[in-house]
Design a protein around this ligand. Structure first.
Ligand code: DC
Length: 228
């Protein structure tokens, strides 16, 4: 098994920014599992399938092939062979991803792929169920969170920088709704794993969060060496 770092947390907590920096420092592959759910959501949306209809989504699951590829260090997401990396970052795709991620058929398919990736290489993986379900034996587990207000402000700023027209109140509502769904679904809800370190980034800079997780990785490595 490769070395594994698991980062879970709610939407907008900064998981991907932090995980990318850590992957660079550690020399691991970064796996953004949310992108896989987003790719499936894009398929559902572009094929006119109602995300609220589990049966129809389950039927479509057999026709969907999600793969990861790497351009340098940048993860690319392929949907049935087509690179859809540039099409999955909208709020609509994120909300649809959250809606279909409650279904067993969707999770089974993607979790198998994620486990397969982590078995082969050293990975830092972020998502909602990585520490609890995908990588229960990860050397380091982090539950990264921040207040709804902070996360909404960050998302707002990010979108404005990309010149996307957006409304702070709407973003706040979307985040709260997504938290509610991701934390209360029946299968693999977003939870802090028992052995995960809790980090609230509301009043921390990116560098501070990266340094805190690096320290956890170094300490895990030392423990491993000591125990042979
Ligand atoms: O991290 P993100 O915003 O790209 O994720 C989009 C949605 O996908 C998220 O709201 C819930 C779902 N998801 C999941 O259920 N499990 C994961 N490991 C990652 C994402």
């Amino acid at each position: 098994m490769g070395r594994n770092v698991a980062i879970d947390g709610p939407a907008g907590a900064g998981k991907s920014t932090i995980a990318k920096r850590l992957a660079e420092k550690l020399g691991y592959i970064y796996v953004d599992t949310g992108a896989m759910y987003r790719a499936m959501a894009l398929y559902v949306m572009t094929h006119g399938i109602d995300a609220a209809n589990e049966e129809k989504v389950a039927e479509a699951c057999g026709d969907i092939r999600v793969e990861l590829a790497y351009e340098g260090k940048e993860q690319q997401i392929l949907l049935n062979g087509e690179n859809v990396t540039g099409r999955i970052r909208t709020e609509e795709v994120g909300n649809t991803a959250s809606a279909i991620s409650v279904y067993g058929c969707v999770r089974t398919k993607l979790v198998a792929l994620q486990k397969e990736l982590a078995a082969k290489t050293d990975v830092i993986m972020d998502g909602r169920d990585i520490g609890t379900c995908v990588l229960p034996d990860a050397q380091v587990k982090v539950y990264l969170t921040a207040s709804v207000e902070t996360r909404a402000q960050r998302r707002f700023k990010e979108l404005r920088e990309k010149n996307v027209d957006c409304d702070l109140e709407e973003i706040r509502r979307d985040i709260a709704e997504r938290d509610e769904r991701d934390m209360n679904r029946k299968i693999s809800p977003l939870r802090q794993a028992k052995d995960a370190h809790l980090l609230d980034s509301s009043d921390m800079t990116i560098d501070e969060v990266v340094a805190a997780i690096m320290a956890l990785c170094e300490s895990a490595e030392q423990t491993k060496e000591k125990n042979g």
